[in-house]
Design a protein around this ligand. Sequence first.
Ligand code: CP
Ligand code: NVA
Length: 305
Amino acid sequence: MKKDLISILDLSETELNELIAEAGRLKEQRRRNQSHKVLEGKNLAMIFEKSSTRTRISFEVGMNELGGNALFLNAEDLQIGRGEEIRDTARVTSRYVSGVMIRAYRHETITDFARYSSVPVINGLSDREHPCQILADILTIKEHRGYTRGVKVAWVGDGDNVCNSFILASAITGMEVVVASPAGYLPPEDIVSEARARGGGVQIVSEPKEAVMEADVVVTDTWVSMGDEAEREARLKAFRGFSVTAELMDHAADDAIFMHCLPAHRGEEVTDEVIESSQSVVFDEAENRLHAQKALLVRLLGGEG
Ligand code: CP
Ligand code: NVA
């Protein structure tokens, strides 16, 4: 049966650990300039309804380095942009390629696509989750800390798609995730309860300082995600006091790292001082998108066919 990655919880703890170990091996092979073309002849379709820098480049370069090929498809230029149904697009695209990555506004677009696709489908970000980002983040935390179990992660800001992926990942990594979001922007209840039901350690607090206290990792994301632009003014007001500043970082553990999926908005969710500080690992994190996704592609597309 085909495997998809639509939610980070599509992976068990064992599968996640194997994938992260494989990402480390692929990273080392690349560093040594050793060829690792294990996906020769495979094509990945990449459908984008929204903008992207990291996801697009890392998937395309990743497929190339694995000996395969990636097709960049702007949803607006496909017939779905003119109303062709997802179920037809999914069945047709599956006949041509070995896998599909989709970045969509609605999470259901990706689950619908996967239902009708005969090849693996990867969520390249939806309004609900960003599983590829959390894979890279787990790799980054493991590189900097050596392990994830018991690592305290403080999420400060919007309870958005990336936050949801951290919360869900707590169940398969043992990370303790503490979220501080303003009223009205908390992560969805069902995400929190799903993580807790599967053994994840998740706490929701209202004060950024409370979340960050003795944290090993401090992480944030934009206050205005793609699709939220019409709410920009209201959001900037609601998130006042939720910026990650040097003063806030002082409450974290002395060796805490700062993470951000990027793109960042300096002066909003994070100050220039913090993102440019020695505690910031945002560019390692961005690089790790490549290595983690290559491991994912090998896992999902690497079989026969
Ligand atoms: N972090 C992330 O997904 O970046 P892009 O939107 O540039 O792909
Ligand atoms: N939460 C952000 C992440 C961008 C990578 C968004 O959805 O726009």
